[in-house]
Design a protein around this ligand. Structure first.
Ligand SMILES: NC(=O)c1ccc[n+]([C@@H]2O[C@H](COP(=O)([O-])OP(=O)(O)OC[C@H]3O[C@@H](n4cnc5c(N)ncnc54)[C@H](OP(=O)(O)O)[C@@H]3O)[C@@H](O)[C@H]2O)c1
Length: 230
């Protein structure tokens, strides 16, 4: 139980209230497991991409590219027709997975060379990786920060590279851009129905195995989403 003044997190509750703007209708072609893997993470990935608004001739790098949000961001960048999509992951064991999603290049954080600088970074990791992700931007490039990893950037770094960092919180995005959020919702389901966007389900476990699910996430081995079934 959190502090009485904190908003409840509602994790693992049987029922929760959500703003109607963020509710998504599950179409007949899908089930609730696919919906869990697609909707929330897909909205975050799509809103981050929309916020960056890359042109097809630009390049996009996604950190945490094998994770629940990252693996959809790689696919959505590909679908948007981005010329060069780079997937950055924590271990070499994930590179085949992210290449199979459509990434042109796969890099491991520890690699000395991340290849040519990019126009856009969609940062699902932050923290200690944030300076490295920023360093991978071309002059004038933009980083969309949507993770909960923290991190600190000296303001002078932005000045030196003429780079920008834009934060994106999906709850706020949904309430400040309700029509766009609705269009994104339709697009996600449309891409899913046609098989162009495939949410990866790393594991599907009963709620009683929540500890095992959290261990998978903690081990950073998941490729796609870990789904708990009530
Ligand atoms: N802005 C929003 O509205 C919003 C909404 C939902 C989620 N989020 C945030 O978006 C981020 C990605 O979410 P997700 O659902 O894709 O998570 P996820 O499936 O758990 O993937 C996160 C990935 O981050 C990488 N990572 C790097 N450093 C880590 C660390 N210290 N601890 C754990 N993982 C680490 C791991 O992959 P590697 O080992 O390959 O790096 C991990 O697989 C999270 O920070 C989440 O809180 C934001």
């Amino acid at each position: 139980m959190g502090h009485p003044n904190e908003a409840p997190i509602d994790a693992y509750a049987d029922f929760v209230t959500v703003p109607t703007a963020t509710a998504s209708h599950i179409p007949e072609h899908a089930d609730s497991v696919q919906a869990v893997a697609l909707v929330r993470s897909g909205h975050v990935a799509l809103a981050a991409l929309t916020t960056a608004d890359p042109r097809p001739d630009e390049s996009v790098l996604v950190t945490g590219a094998a994770g629940g949000v990252g693996h959809l961001a790689v696919q959505l960048a590909r679908i948007r027709g981005i010329g060069r999509v780079v997937a950055a992951v924590g271990s070499a064991a994930k590179t085949t997975f992210v290449r199979d999603l459509g990434a042109d290049e796969a890099v491991v954080y520890d690699d000395v060379d991340w290849g040519e600088p990019v126009d856009v970074v969609l940062d699902a990791v932050g923290g200690d990786l944030l300076p490295r992700a920023l360093a991978g931007l071309r002059p004038g490039g933009r980083l969309i920060y949507f993770n909960s990893g923290g991190g600190t950037v000296p303001a002078h770094t932005l000045l030196a590279g003429s780079t920008t960092i834009t934060g994106m919180a999906i709850r706020r995005f949904a309430t400040t851009h309700p029509e766009l959020y609705q269009r994104h919702d339709e697009l996600l389901w449309q891409l899913h129905a046609t098989g162009r966007l495939r949410p990866g389900i790393h594991a599907e476990l009963p709620l009683t195995d929540a500890a095992a699910a959290l261990r998978i996430i903690e081990s950073r081995t998941n490729r796609g989403k870990v789904v708990l079934r009530p």
